[in-house]
Design a protein around this ligand. Structure first.
Ligand code: KG4
Ligand code: ZN
Length: 367
């Protein structure tokens, strides 16, 4: 089966070809046209501008994905598209493109939930009996899985009982983890998107301290700042990141401009440590409660090295399997949409005329 997948939920226009052979999935192309440089100037994504660029880019990106995979439109068996959650004006571009191609090529369309797709990126290596040895956690498809999905708009813990059977057991009650990274970067004037920048600044603090330690006698990496770990011991699987962001704001308000400039790496290090500590603790608690055999990490914030390392260590200490996608399948991409569509279609292949019922839904929540 060959799947053409389309993703336009935020500020990335992406198309991908997923080839399936006897249950093994191959990413034959993954074209991502990012608008980060355009939105940087505004300090965040401007929906109208994002939609305009999706309209401009969608056809070239789809054509490039077909050409890279050396496939013609006749060789496509299924079209997959993100229909929510996301920005309505962005979603509409991908959804209408998918529906138009479905009619023109006479192909079925599968609508895919963006959050399910983030976790499904892990299925690429989950079910392979043999896979490249450098991949983590290959080939032990053991359910139940606890999936931590951390993106710019969502922070969720999902119990995955089978490829197609999943239930949300926790989520943020206010800001998403990625949103907190972005807001901390904004209040420190570091630019957009904040996640990678805050993470790089945190690494600087680690390196500065490491160099100090080489000169003096070794000691634990320490900072005079300490930020709260909101809801870390709450009796549920929910998160809150708004208070953590505010704690950073209050700390910064007490400093002079000079001090802030000097302390940016330390602030980022401590903020990241607090966010990661909560994410790891809650995920492990969920894995224990639901007797999970495997833990998945997914979403844009899964590109964060500290989170990847700390969650992997904690999961392995519990003797569970750990999966996290390659960096390129953590942030928004169409390959994850194609992978998700394969497992959805295995259970329920859509009819040829189902394009009539597909609609963008900006608030489509996983249940
Ligand atoms: O999943 P994603 O690409 O888009 C959404 O569906 O929202 O996630 C984007 C989020 C942004 O908030 C970005 O700052 C964050 O992922 N992010 C990171 C890192 N790379 C991206 N956060 C922390 N550390 C990173 N290295
Ligand atoms: Zn996303």
């Amino acid at each position: 089966m060959n799947i053409l997948a389309i993703e336009t939920s935020c500020d990335e226009t992406s198309a991908s070809i997923i080839k399936e052979n006897s249950g093994a999935l191959e990413v034959a192309s993954n074209i991502v046209s990012s608008q980060i440089d355009i939105h940087k100037a505004y300090g965040g994504v401007v929906p109208e501008i994002a939609a305009r660029h999706h309209v401009k880019n969608i056809i070239p990106v789809i054509l490039e994905s077909l050409a890279t995979a050396s496939l013609s439109s006749q060789e496509i068996d299924l079209i997959a598209v993100t229909s929510g959650p996301g920005l309505i004006t962005s979603l509409i571009v991908g959804v209408e493109a998918a529906k138009s191609l479905a009619v023109a090529w006479n192909k079925p369309v599968m609508q895919v939930n963006h959050m399910y797709a983030h976790l499904a990126a892990n299925f690429l290596y989950f079910n392979l009996p043999q896979a490249p040895s450098f991949k983590q956690g290959v080939g032990n498809n053991q359910f139940p899985v606890i999936a931590l999905i951390v993106s710019g708009g969502h922070t969720e813990i999902i119990l995955v009982e089978d490829y197609n059977k999943f239930k949300k057991i926790g989520q943020t009650v206010d800001d998403a983890a990625g949103e907190a990274f972005d807001k901390v970067a904004k209040l420190l004037n570091l630019g957009y998107p904040g996640g990678p920048i805050v993470s790089a600044e945190a690494d600087k603090f680690k390196i500065q301290n490491h160099q100090k330690q080489i000169k003096s006698k070794p000691q634990k990496l320490s900072s005079n700042l300490f930020f709260p770990r909101p809801m870390i011991d709450s009796p549920n699987f929910n998160f809150s990141f708004s208070g953590l962001k505010t704690a950073v704001l209050y700390a910064v308000q007490k400093m002079t401009q000079e001090e802030i400039k000097k302390k940016i790496p330390e602030i980022c290090y401590e903020f990241q440590a607090a966010a990661v500590a909560v994410l790891v603790k809650k995920t492990i608690k969920a894995a224990e409660k639901f007797s999970a055999k495997t833990v998945f990490l997914a979403g844009g914030v899964a590109a964060n090295r500290k989170l990847r390392q700390e969650l992997e260590t904690a999961v392995k200490n519990k003797n569970l399997e750990f999966f996290v996608p390659d960096f390129k399948y953590c942030t928004d991409n169409a390959s994850m949409i194609g992978i998700a569509a394969y497992y959805l279609a295995k259970e329920n292949m859509p009819d040829l005329d189902n394009w009539r019922s597909i609609k963008a839904d900006p608030n489509w929540e996983l249940e």
